[in-house]
Design a binder for this molecule. Sequence first.
Ligand SMILES: C[S@@+](CC[C@H](N)C(=O)[O-])C[C@H]1O[C@@H](n2cnc3c(N)ncnc32)[C@H](O)[C@@H]1O
Length: 255
Amino acid sequence: MTGPDDPADDPATRTRDAWERASHKHVREHDDLLAEARRVRLLPVEEELLAPVLAHRPHVLHPQSGHGLDDVALVRAGARSVLGLDYSRTAVTAAQRRADALAVPCRYVVAELPPLPVDDACADLVYTGKGALIWLPDLEAWAAEVARVLRPGGHLFVHEQHPMVPLWSWDEDEARIRPDRSYFARSHVNDTFPALGAVERQHTLAEIVVAVGRAGLQLLDLVEHPEPFWKPTGTRAEAWGGRLPNTVSLLARRG
Ligand SMILES: C[S@@+](CC[C@H](N)C(=O)[O-])C[C@H]1O[C@@H](n2cnc3c(N)ncnc32)[C@H](O)[C@@H]1O
């Protein structure tokens, strides 16, 4: 039982607990993920937008690094090193174990963000997304930290769930607007695997862009895509049929 004063009622605690539970999947599926990591690549849209940045062999900071497969893909695409930060000790330990098995230059640290526990101007590229911003209540605080840790001329790249996605039903026959959701709501409780019960924050596309701009970063590209970055196995939704936005990519630079 939880009561009004129970810390488990706090959205941040609920979300963190949900991720700690969900991250055990990375341990259970170590062998499968290791096999996937041996062939993983960035998404084509990421490769395209990041090619000029990765050509300079950047040191990458990856807040909310999760299972770490993106980090192996970043190294394969040119990154010199990746530092992954995540508040799930389970996720961090599993990602480090895989990186060590593959002998890739990826290092992982347990950290709740913001703030980002690294020095000013230490990163050539901050890479994040694929289900990251939706756990952060204060995007302006996040963007200010990203700007602080980027070296002048360094880049921020985000490939993220489109802010319209919470509205789409996953019906097979037709995409419907969920009656229990609003584009302008501040949050909702996640009802899909893996982070069941976590409190998902909602930021409009304008709020994301404004947070990045207010932090002093210059927007270089913003692209909306019909493809989701992830589909639960066995689910076919008309919302992914090409008519609706499901992901967004953002590239910005510190001046
Ligand atoms: C959906 S995963 C996305 C990460 C990665 N792209 C992946 O596919 O595994 C979200 C990650 O964010 C982490 N996370 C959520 N809120 C966080 C916070 N405030 N500080 C640090 N990590 C956080 C969770 O532990 C989880 O590993």
